[in-house]
Design a protein around this ligand. Sequence first.
Ligand code: FES
Ligand SMILES: [Fe+2]
Length: 386
Amino acid sequence: MRNDSELLDHILNHIDNATTDMGDEEWNEPVEHYNSQIRFDAERRLMRRLPIPFCPVAALPGPGSYVARNSAGVPIVVVRDLDGTVRAFRNACRHRGMQLADGAGCTKIFRCNYHGWAYRLDGQLEYVPHEHGFPELDKASSGLVPVHSVDVQGGLVFVTQDEPVGLGALESLPTLLSDDQVIFQTEEKVDDINWKLTAEGTLEGYHIKPTHPESFFPYGYDNLNVVEMQGPNSRVCYPFRRIEKLRDAPRDNLSLDRMVTLVNRIFPVTSVTRLAQHYGLSFAEPESPTRTRYFNYRMTLPTADGGAPSEEALARAKKDVAFLSDTGDREDAKVVSDIQAAIGSGANTHYRFGRFESAIGHLHKNLALYLARLDNAEAEVIKLVN
Ligand code: FES
Ligand SMILES: [Fe+2]
């Protein structure tokens, strides 16, 4: 991936020649991949067998911090234990399956609200009220059930629920976040949308002028992007016009902070976006072919000295969020919901992604590749069973 100084020269070259990055070919994606239950179910099964970002590691600041939510339809709780290790369990009591944690918080112990069984942060079953009623219970083997694996990389916590079919996003993950970035806003929302439509809207700048004529376009360019791939992930750069002021800047240690928007798509359902004054993180949880829950985090920019963000930086970050929610985000949401509403119109058998939209083709291509791996892995199991 280019560093900031290489990125600047690449962008200036595009500005001077009125060009943009272009992929090798167009991509056609069947419309039924957006509304078929069979396809949706396969995508969710795949999500259980890949490392999937669950939350920023900053959401687990100290021992006992936890985040509980569904991932690929399975209730999961991620917690930092007393030793500082990040662990992930299926969020279900070993007595009769009640969920043990909800949302985010900090706790010393997970105590079930139903009958009071209590589990340590490392998952061990610690306490059973009136234990003599369970003469056959082996407490040592009745702890919370861990997922296959947890990885903390690039500032994100990845959860792999079951035997993985590949490295997924971890095949080539860029460094996304630094330790000094602070979460200043969280949001959970549900949209009546297929998750891929929202993802696609963030991965090309071909739409900037017609869709965002008064919000983004005056600060940016029409169809001018740098598109880079890292394994199945991608990074799309949207320069601001003020970047031209850097034309003669010394290239040593050059930073493009506040000069570009960088959208990192972390395969397949997560985005980490560096905006002008803050970072936006979005964790999609597909709930049906036409409904997606989003767990969104807003984080401050890295500071120059690695210390805490200043009051002014925080105020600028919040202003940035307010601007986006009033303008561009709303414009994008209108587009995707209109597409969703027309999905059954019969007008298209495929959606067509041009050479400017290569990061979208890359997402679909990798999804197809991993779904084929999942197919093979599931066929193996069927063979073994028979
Ligand atoms: S379901 Fe948890 S204690 Fe009974
Ligand atoms: Fe947009």
